[in-house]
Design a protein around this ligand. Sequence first.
Ligand SMILES: *[C@@H]1O[C@H](CO)[C@@H](O)[C@H](O)[C@H]1NC(C)=O
Ligand SMILES: *[C@@H]1O[C@H](CO)[C@@H](O)[C@H](O)[C@H]1NC(C)=O
Length: 996
Amino acid sequence: MQLYYSIFWCTALLGRVKGQSLTPSGTERVIPTLSPQVNALPSLTPTILDSSAPNSQHCPGYKASNLLENDYGFTADLMIAGDNCQAFGNDISHLTLEVSYQSKQRLNVRIYPTHIAPEQESWYILPSNIVDQPEWDGQTTASSSDLSLEWSNDPTFQFRIIRNNNKEELFSTYGHVIVYEDQFLELVTNMIDDYNVYGLAENIHDFWLSNNHTQTFYATDAGNTVDGNVYSAIPFYQETRYHNSTDTTSHGVYARNAHGQEWLLRENGITYRTLGGSFDLYFYSGQKDDGSSSALETIAQFHTQGIGLPAMHMYWTLGFHQARWGWENISVLQEVVDGYRNADVPLECLWNDLDIYDLYRDFTNNEATYPLPEFTRFIESLHANNQHYVPIVDSNIYVSNPDNESDTYGPFERGADLELFIRDPTTGGFYYGDNWPGFSVWGDFLLPATQQWWSKEIIDWHNGTPFDGIWIDLSEASSFCAGSCGYGRLTENPIHPPFLLPGDPLMFDYNYPEGFNVTNATEAASATAASASQSSAMSASPVLPSPTTTTRGRTEPTPGVRNLNFPPYVINNVQAGHALGKSAIAPNATHNNQYNTTEYDWHNLFGYQISNATYHALLELFPGRRPFTVGRSVFAGSGKTTGHWGGDNTSTWGSMFLSISQALTMMMSGIPMFGADTCGFARNTDFQLCSRWMELSAFFPFYRNHNVKATIGQEAYRWSSVAEASRRAMKVRYSLLTYMYTLFYYAHTEGATVMRALAWEFPNDVSLRKTYAQFMLGPSILVTPVLEPNVDTVRGVFPGVGEGERWYDWYSLEEVRAGPGENVTMEAPLEHINVHVRGGSVIALQQPRLTVEETKNTSYSLLVALDGDGKASGSLYLDDGVSLVQEATRLVTFSYADNCLAYSSEGSYHAAQPLDNVTITGLGAPRNNSTGRNGLYKGWSSAPKHVSMQYGKTNHSTDTLHMNYDVGIGVLRMSGVEQYTSDGAFEGDMKLCFEE
Ligand SMILES: *[C@@H]1O[C@H](CO)[C@@H](O)[C@H](O)[C@H]1NC(C)=O
Ligand SMILES: *[C@@H]1O[C@H](CO)[C@@H](O)[C@H](O)[C@H]1NC(C)=O
């Protein structure tokens, strides 16, 4: 992956590449920009790179005393074991330790200050009414737990977590001190050699996190920085140990803490450091009742016993979404809708970026380009075609210019009357930062009144803009200046963001994906020349002065003082200069609760809270309906209310590749409704990258193409190859919509994952531990995308073939011939993505159409892919696809064995569509010699002689069923079933048997 690091677009000049033109539409006014000083903060040295920083492991540690056993574990006092060390804050001398065997699979260790003044509550305690805090189940004790905790006071307090059934040490602070200061917590765990750790989302990194990586968590608006902090924080990791590749074990660790933090993954250990809060550690055994543990079980435990299960989303949201920033007006939108329909490429939902707004102000309509009521009629025309519409809502609220009477902005004025914005501690007034519209404030979602205000603004806006969901952007929360920059300057509003925007002078985008010079040599050469001349023009006469920054040494801790804006420990924030206040609301900004909780304690939760508030607003707007939102900044537990997209990626092959890893970690984080900006957000794409990416994202839960302004258009119909690639991949996706929805049902009810790493499905195969170039959709679909330019083949493995696993090509249904671990070369012409079905699966399919609704109304068919024993199973979940609380659901369970396909169904939801076809593959003898197979299944050598069918209580004559057996590939295709299932495919139980 190192290869790709250098090709990521550097966004140093641009906080986010987005915004208004220098002269916004319809005005000739020159808009002031902020002075460069306002963007400057001292440049700090991140502590991990600072050789002069104190060694916090030289602190004295703590001694445990006053042990008190209780029903679920014990508590103890932890007293500091020496002088304060003041490493990166003020030491806390007296701590409380709580060890709870909370459930069989979950052990909790909490360490927090014994004496917390009420006004310090938020410094140390993350409220359980905001972020779920798992508690004791009321029955588990030390003796019934999968895990145990051992501790020692020699030389100071240290503890380790042991898996009882094999005595593995899962976590151990032995040999290290615990550091607990008011701005710095540290704990070190020993790790085994060459450990395998995954998760710690959100990151732009290889799936396997490596033993030499620092993951910083501080929500930030800086694009998809490889290895840096990005938009979100889900402080959970899962560790896999392969042992002898026969008895792989897995466990998980969740550190419930929302402060800025760093995880230092090093050769022999992991160092966990936070800027505040408490140690609230949850250890998950990952074990099932039989004592075996797995990654999938560990992840499920984290969801069911940690952060809460993800939401079910409306069925239509699984369709294809198209967004773009830079659609000038309604007729351009209409061209996009028509473009898709004319190209026969499904389009489920159209999204608008900032273009709809008047001067980038939330909840407005640009009267020149998106006038009402034409815009309302346009959205209604989408609805009439069973299509949907989702607009952007930015997290900031424009502050009107107090000197300009005509500059009124209702959402601000109504919120200001209610006093519900985040505050500036130096003035006592609102905190005025800067974002797209100019000086801005942010709702304080700690106040109940803020929810009411937010709901009302959203509901009122829906009157003219009848959207179906909301896209929450900039929720890190992002601000373009450093600190509270609007105080005393509101009369300059609106201002231009303090950097150049796409479409501004000297901002033409000449970047194309890797390999573009091969397919488009002439164009690539002229782009390179133009880019060079633009750069030299820019350096000859910069359009904006660049901010000057001073370098600043480390802040020494001051006794009794917490330095919020420049804490003594400097996390490696990717923003220039690394200060916490860079491009964010300043850490010392305050909330309006009783003790004025600061952003220092709350920063990583802004996105979590605004997404929750938007969820509740939509619930009020559409009572009883599942709210649909995607948010840019998420936290542990966000999946209960929102989906998430990967943020500002780039049109590069590397960005596409890393989106798979990003998706897998979001599956681990309980946010299955995830997708990346397909074809790439920043820079120009090209037909190759866009074809491959449209194919890949067709197997991500959230499937959206999105693009920055002032680059070439990238809607799928713009190139014949991209259109064809999209049509083909979407045919597969739309056939599988009920399968994907069923995966969501299991995610929602059991904490299962929708996309899966091969390592999760094949836990004993150590060769898969770093693999993410291939992945699975649920347990049954293997996806092998092309992730590099200028090739027409792709290599991939077929896991498990040595143990009898069988794989079938999705398109031909032919069984794959592969050896164990063999990297098989497959044909991969530009418009084709390799998809394979795993033997042992029964999948319900529908016929792909141009919308989800049309697809939903087609008849069902079943695809049965036999395993090495001639068996298969599967399930299908059905409901109305819309209601938050379902009146009726149906769960159908399929099985195939001994030449009989059977299904039974539970529940009362009525699916009117009949079942028409049944296709069975794998009826021939297995192709791969395998030692793992029972060896009983020999396959059919000729077509079955007879078929019998029972549906409901009736035995049916089957003379009218059509059967076609392809002996060469072992596929039986049966049609005509619909005449017996016209009341609905799954109303009764079915048994269909073949006689050889
Ligand atoms: C660890 O990563 C750092 C930063 O990328 C690098 O400089 C160093 O060489 C790496 N160390 C090892 C042992 O690979
Ligand atoms: C691994 O295999 C070796 C040799 O067969 C055996 O001694 C050892 O106990 C095994 N380890 C585990 C964890 O099963």
